[in-house]
Design a protein around this ligand. Structure first.
Ligand SMILES: [Zn+2]
Length: 176
């Protein structure tokens, strides 16, 4: 069986793709081992060297990176933001600067496809320009000082607010 790599676009046999497990379902990575390994090395050496951990290996705690990074920037106010994507909306919360969070969104989409299932699925149907446009549409719904916990509560409140008014939200499958 063959599969096309989303980075080099080459069609390669399944063995050329690392396995990935997402929500208990086994599948294959979107990019081939060659591309993935190149990316990992680049990531390790250039992009986020501070997250390289010899004991744990560089991918074992990958899911914690954003979390750790957010904590390091946690001196910012809570911001609940709204991204318009076609006729849909995504509501998020951050304690980082908004532009930092938005670039993390962009990076997550590349490095952790499916991390935010509904949002990423929608982006899959869009061009890079359209995705950038959607990110540029982001507005801040509310900002105030507080902890991450308070931030998530505030985010929930806004999700409910939009949901109750019948807006299409891309938050549905996203539970913290
Ligand atoms: Zn490839």
């Amino acid at each position: 069986m063959n599969k096309q790599c989303n980075k080099c676009n080459e069609v390669k046999p399944y063995e050329q793709f690392h396995k990935r497990t997402y929500k208990g379902v086994q599948g294959l990575q979107y990019s081939c081992k060659t591309c993935q390994n190149g990316y990992n090395t680049k990531y390790r050496n250039e992009i986020r060297p501070e997250y390289w951990n010899v004991t744990d290996g560089y991918f074992s705690h990958r899911e914690n990176w954003e979390y750790i990074a957010d904590y390091r920037r946690a001196n910012e106010d809570i911001k609940v933001y709204l991204i318009k994507i076609k006729d849909w909306f995504y509501i998020g919360m951050t304690k980082a600067k908004l532009n930092v969070r938005l670039s993390t969104h962009r990076a997550d989409y590349k490095t952790k496809p499916g991390w935010l299932p509904a949002l990423h699925k929608m982006w899959d149907t869009m061009s890079t320009e359209e995705i950038d446009e959607s990110l540029a549409s982001t507005i801040v719904l509310e900002t105030k000082p507080g902890t991450r916990y308070q931030g998530y509560k505030l985010e929930k409140k806004w999700i409910k607010f939009y949901k109750d008014r019948g807006y299409n939200l891309l938050n549905m499958q996203h539970n913290r």
